[in-house]
Design a protein around this ligand. Structure first.
Ligand code: MG
Length: 266
C-alpha cells in the first residue's frame, strides 16, 4: 500500500525496489485528479509493468489521531464534508477508471449502529450513489474494515444492497479500534472480501478513545499464521497487500521482513 503525490515513475520504482510487482495506490485528499495526472500514472504503471489492484480514496481534513478524532474527521460520516467527499469519490472513481483499475476503496469512517438514524440512512444512500457510479465503470467499491464490528459492517452492506459493494479486510484495524477478533470477523464477512491489508497491531492499552499500536507484521496481536490460514480456508486468492504506517528506513525494513514472512506463510 503506497501513496500518490510524488512523481509517478519514481514512486513505482521505489515500490518495485522492495521486490513486489503489484499493490494498492492511495490518493491523498489534496491530490489533483485531473486527466493529466491519471495519464502520467497510467504511463508509469505500464512502463514499469506494475499492477495496481486497488485505488484508495482519502479526503482533505482526515486525522487518525485517536478514536474521537477519527469519528469527527474520517470518511463519509462527518456531515459537513459529506457532499464534498461524495464529489471527490466520484472523481477518484473516474481517475481509477482512467488507470484501467477495477477496484476503488475507502475508509467511510464509523458506521452508526442505529439503522433508523437519519445519518445512517444518509450515508447508506451516499454509498449507493457511489456504487452506482462505480458499477457503470466496471468497478467494485470496497469499504475498509475495522472502525465498527463486523456484524455492523455486514448489516450496513446488506442495507446498501448493491452487487459491487465489497470489503477491503484489514485485520489489524479490528484490533487497533478494539472492534473484535479479526479471524471471527473475517468468517462473518468472507463473501464480500475482495482485497486485504496485511497489517499488524496491538489492542488499545490507553484510556477511553485511545487506539492500539500498529506493529511490524508478525509482531502484533493478529497472528499472521492464523490470518493467512483463514484466508486460504475461505478460498481467498487475490493479492496480499502489506500496509505499514512507519516511515523511511523503518518502513522499508519492516516491509522487507513482511514480504519474507508472507512468502513463508502463503
Ligand atoms: Mg488498512
Amino acid at each position: 500500500m503506497f501513496w500518490a503525490g510524488g512523481e509517478p515513475r519514481e514512486t513505482v520504482r521505489h515500490v518495485k525496489s522492495l521486490g513486489v510487482s503489484c499493490g494498492q495506490l492511495g490518493l491523498p485528499g489534496d491530490m489533483d485528479l485531473a486527466q493529466a495526472a491519471a495519464q502520467a500514472w497510467k504511463t508509469a504503471l505500464a512502463e514499469e509493468r506494475f499492477t495496481l489492484v486497488t485505488v484508495f480514496s482519502a479526503y482533505r481534513g482526515e486525522s487518525y489521531a485517536d478514536i474521537p478524532t477519527v469519528q469527527k474527521t474520517v470518511g463519509f460520516i462527518p456531515r459537513d464534508t459529506r457532499a464534498e467527499r461524495e464529489a471527490r469519490t466520484i472523481e477518484a472513481s473516474n481517475f481509477t477508471a482512467a488507470l484501467g483499475v477495477a477496484s476503488l476503496a475507502t475508509h467511510i469512517g464509523f458506521v452508526p449502529h442505529d439503522r433508523q438514524d437519519p445519518e445512517y440512512q444518509a450515508v447508506r444512500d451516499m454509498v449507493r450513489r457511489v456504487c452506482d457510479h462505480c458499477v457503470a465503470r466496471g468497478q467494485t467499491f470496497a469499504l475498509e474494515t475495522g472502525q465498527e464490528p463486523a456484524a455492523t459492517l455486514g448489516q450496513f452492506i446488506a442495507d446498501v444492497d448493491r452487487p459491487n459493494l465489497r470489503i477491503n479486510f484489514d485485520p489489524a484495524n479490528m484490533i487497533l479500534y478494539g472492534t473484535g477478533d479479526p479471524i471471527e470477523a473475517l468468517e462473518m464477512v468472507k463473501s464480500q472480501v475482495i482485497s486485504v491489508h496485511c497489517k499488524d497491531g496491538d489492542w488499545p492499552a490507553g484510556g477511553a478513545g485511545a487506539l492500539g499500536l500498529e506493529r511490524p507484521l508478525g509482531q502484533g496481536a493478529v497472528g499472521m499464521e492464523r490470518f493467512i490460514a483463514k484466508l486460504k480456508q475461505i478460498g481467498y486468492t487475490n493479492a496480499l497487500t502489506i500496509e505499514r504506517e512507519a516511515h523511511g528506513e523503518e518502513q522499508r525494513r519492516d516491509i522487507l521482513a513482511a514480504i519474507e514472512l508472507l512468502r513463508r506463510l502463503r
